[in-house]
Design a binder for this molecule. Structure first.
Ligand code: SF4
Length: 254
């Protein structure tokens, strides 16, 4: 198992924006989302890379040298909880990536989840909801919440890769809690693409819908925020800002 980073912060977006949260970011993803247009320089060969704001947790080839490898669930749990040893309360535990559910059957990852739940953490997964979790064989996933950030056309991922209706439905039916969290921008809001996409993805799935503005830094978020607010008001969706980007822009580990 590869841990990219772990840190204590506030949840920056979605239903629990503002909640004290302990983040564990795992390496690897099944998508690329080059449409999000965030630029990085490869630590491997200094090439120019484009993807999402978590590209450093997505692109194994170029960033794996910066990831920490764990062979044991207890060591992994100890590392992640080391950030909160002086707290007298339990923050939410937010498991993110990359796409954390690509590891959902991994015994180290599952053991880590078991430890977290045994210590009464409220656990939330940040997922693109393309992995169809077997909730019967891996029952602990029924005890956690899922923020389903299903990708829209602005990710530039092909439709069949970014939308898995069975995976979405199974999460919504089985998880302790689930909600949608979509990234929208001015252009796809104005063209009607965002609405068509979201209506298709959410059809028949009765859980809360949050929309938040696309952006890698405060300037881009501010540019897309008015369109996101209007879009939410028009459709009865919930608006979510992106606190961490407003406060810290591209900075990692916050
Ligand atoms: S699914 Fe999420 S982590 Fe993976 S590339 Fe897309 S935005 Fe990044």
């Amino acid at each position: 198992m590869y841990l990219v980073e772990s840190f204590l912060s506030v949840q920056g977006e979605g239903k629990y924006a503002g909640y004290p949260s302990l983040f564990a970011r795992f390496g690897g993803c099944n998508l690329k989302c080059e449409g999000f247009g965030c630029e990085f320089v490869s630590p491997l060969d200094e090439s120019h890379l484009v993807g999402c704001d978590s590209l450093y947790a997505v692109n194994e080839k170029h960033f794996k040298s910066q990831w920490e490898s764990y062979e044991d669930a207890e060591q992994l749990f100890a590392k992640i909880t080391s950030h909160i040893k002086d707290l007298d309360y339990l923050p939410h535990l937010v498991i993110t990536g990359g796409e954390p559910l690509i590891h959902y059957k991994n015994p180290i990852f599952y053991g880590f989840l078991e430890l977290a739940l045994s210590q009464d953490f409220s656990v939330f997964f940040e997922t693109n909801a393309t992995i169809d979790v077997d909730f019967e064989a891996f029952g602990l996933y029924k005890k956690v919440g899922f923020a389903m950030s299903v990708k829209l056309s602005n990710s530039l991922e092909p439709h069949k890769k970014r939308i898995n209706k069975n995976a979405i439905r199974h999460i919504a039916l089985n998880a302790k809690e689930a909600f949608f969290k979509f990234v929208v921008d001015e252009q796809t809001v104005n063209s009607g693409e965002a609405q068509r996409d979201i209506e298709e993805i959410t059809w028949g799935v009765d859980i809360p819908i949050f929309c938040m503005p696309l952006g890698f830094n405060g300037v881009e978020v501010a540019k897309n925020a008015p369109a996101a607010v209007s879009f939410c008001l028009k459709n009865g969706y919930n608006y979510s800002d992106r606190i961490h980007i407003r406060l810290w822009n591209e900075k990692r580990g916050v």
